[in-house]
Ligand binder design. Structure first.
Ligand SMILES: Nc1ncnc2c1ncn2[C@@H]1O[C@H](COP(=O)(O)OP(=O)(O)O)[C@@H](O)[C@H]1O
Ligand SMILES: N[C@@H](CC(=O)OP(=O)(O)O)C(=O)O
Length: 456
């Protein structure tokens, strides 16, 4: 049995939905289909999820939000008309959106956001199920509530609890093809919670693990995973096979084609993930597997992602002080901040943090506590960094990689602000100023894939 997930671009309009239908029809083992909300139809377009976020912002700001609501309704309306579906589903969406707004406004802003954001996937799934039936394919919408996709309570990051997998296993017995909305689940108390942005990938993975699928097919708008972001590097080479570990590292830092959290459920069971193109289903795609065949290159891919800050702390004899690191990380924990890397020297430590977690107030409190409680000599934050990460299972057997990477970076005139070799030795991360990100990515790609393709 195959679990398939179709991303936003794959369900953006009627033409795309028809491609989805023909892919599903073409293989009898495609029994469980997870769909995203309609995404971008052209580069300047707005994803339905973003229209929904804009709607909630309007509701919270207390402005007249009907125009924003109608923008969402009209995206679905066009699709319904083009697919030849009747208007009932659109009337239901309009009513349901208004009801969700009134009901959740009193509860909390977070629940309001989640419950409205989820409408994109919910109505996408209902519409696709209706269309499949219309063309004679027996399909049924089943949502997270009915199927028992139970997630943990707020405020922790949304994750499926163990019971969810047991509940969802029953989906494999469905006689009809199941069309399942991605991106959200329900807590035991019945509250809707969404996953992170891009989280329909996570839903697909949870379902694949629950039914112990033979493969989790993730359909998107590119032929495969490339060795570097195709929007930055011209015609990067294709990756046919990649390990879970490599993909995890690459998606964490910029390979947005597959969400990094989506690997966890399938990794446990060794279920392969197959990235495929809805617009070109014949293309081979990329297989994400536990162990891959030997790759002649030490480096499998290079990713880059912006939006990092560095907390820098120095204190003379820090290395001799027992518990310094723990106390520092506890301060961050109490501010509800997670960290990415902690490169350190004898008397100093840098903590790399995703900037979106910081506010001026939080920064001020952290700096104050580091002086008062840790008696640091110097403490400050710096912002505007990117992480560029080289990833490859073959890295630990190669010498001179770091030197080659540093030379390639130096050719751009940029300074390396931080280097971190992951202890798994499948990744090497460089902290650099955001403005150099694209140039550095191109220079590293030249070095490891173009210029010296066979020197790895
Ligand atoms: N290394 C990479 N290989 C392939 N695609 C990448 C890579 N890095 C970034 N991307 C981007 O990921 C996009 C697909 O992910 P996403 O927009 O989330 O698709 P979907 O709408 O199918 O969920 C591609 O269009 C591509 O621009
Ligand atoms: N629609 C949600 C969830 C998702 O997974 O979307 P996509 O498949 O378009 O990345 C988002 O935009 O974040």
């Amino acid at each position: 049995m195959k679990v398939c997930k179709f991303g936003g671009t794959s369900v953006a309009n009627a033409e795309q939905i028809k491609k989805v239908a023909s892919i599903v029809k073409s293989d009898k083992t495609r029994r469980l289909v997870v769909v995203s909300a309609p995404g971008k139809r052209f580069p300047e377009d707005i994803k339905v999820t973003d229209l929904l976020i804009d709607l909630v912002n309007g509701v919270i700001a207390g402005v007249d939000y009907q125009e924003r609501l109608e923008k969402v309704v009209s995206r679905f309306h066009v699709n319904a008309v083009d697919l030849g579906l009747d208007d009932t589903i659109i009337e239901e969406l309009r009513r349901d959106l208004n009801k969700r707004i009134h009901h959740n406004l009193q509860i909390s802003e977070q629940y309001l956001f989640d419950t409205i954001k989820a409408c994109g996937e919910d109505y996408s799934a209902r519409m696709i199920a209706a269309y499949l039936n219309k063309i004679g394919v027996k399909a049924r919408y089943i949502g997270p509530k009915e199927a028992g996709l139970i997630v943990n309570e707020a405020p922790s990051r949304t994750m499926a609890i163990d019971e969810a997998y047991k509940n969802l296993a029953a989906l494999k017995n469905s006689e009809d093809i199941v069309i399942f909305p991605g991106f959200f689940g329900f807590t035991k108390a019945g509250r809707l919670r969404t996953f992170d942005r891009g989280g329909s990938d996570i839903t697909g993975s949870i379902l694949a693990a629950a039914v112990q699928a033979d493969v989790y097919e993730n359909f998107t708008d590119v032929d495969c995973v490339f060795t570097a972001n195709p929007k930055v590097v011209n015609h990067p080479s294709e990756i046919q096979e990649i390990t879970y570990r490599e993909m995890r590292e690459l998606s964490y830092a910029g390979f947005s084609v597959f969400h990094d959290e989506a690997l966890m459920p399938v990794v446990k069971l060794g279920i392969p993930v197959h990235i495929k193109n809805t617009n070109n289903p014949e293309a081979k795609g990329t297989k994400i597997v536990e162990k891959r065949h030997v790759n002649p290159h030490a480096i499998t891919g290079i990713s880059a992602d912006a939006g990092f800050s560095i907390l820098y702390i120095s204190k003379y004899l820090m290395n001799r002080e027992i518990g310094f690191g723990r106390k520092l990380l506890q301060i961050l924990e109490e501010e509800y901040i997670s960290y990415e890397h902690t490169p350190s020297g004898l008397d100093d430590i840098s903590v790399i943090i995703r900037s979106h977690q910081l506010t001026p107030e939080k920064e001020e409190r952290i700096i104050k506590r580091a002086y008062n409680e840790l008696h640091a000599d110097d403490v400050y934050f710096r912002h505007g960094f990117s992480m560029v990460v080289l990833v490859g299972e073959g890295m630990n057997n190669s010498t001179g990689l770091a030197a080659r990477a540093a030379t390639a970076i130096s050719r751009t005139g940029a300074n390396i602000e931080m280097i971190n070799q992951g202890s798994s030795e499948v990744s090497l991360a460089f902290g650099i100023l955001e403005k150099y990100e694209d140039t550095i990515l191109r220079s590293l790609y030249e070095e490891f894939f173009a210029m010296a393709a066979y020197a790895n």
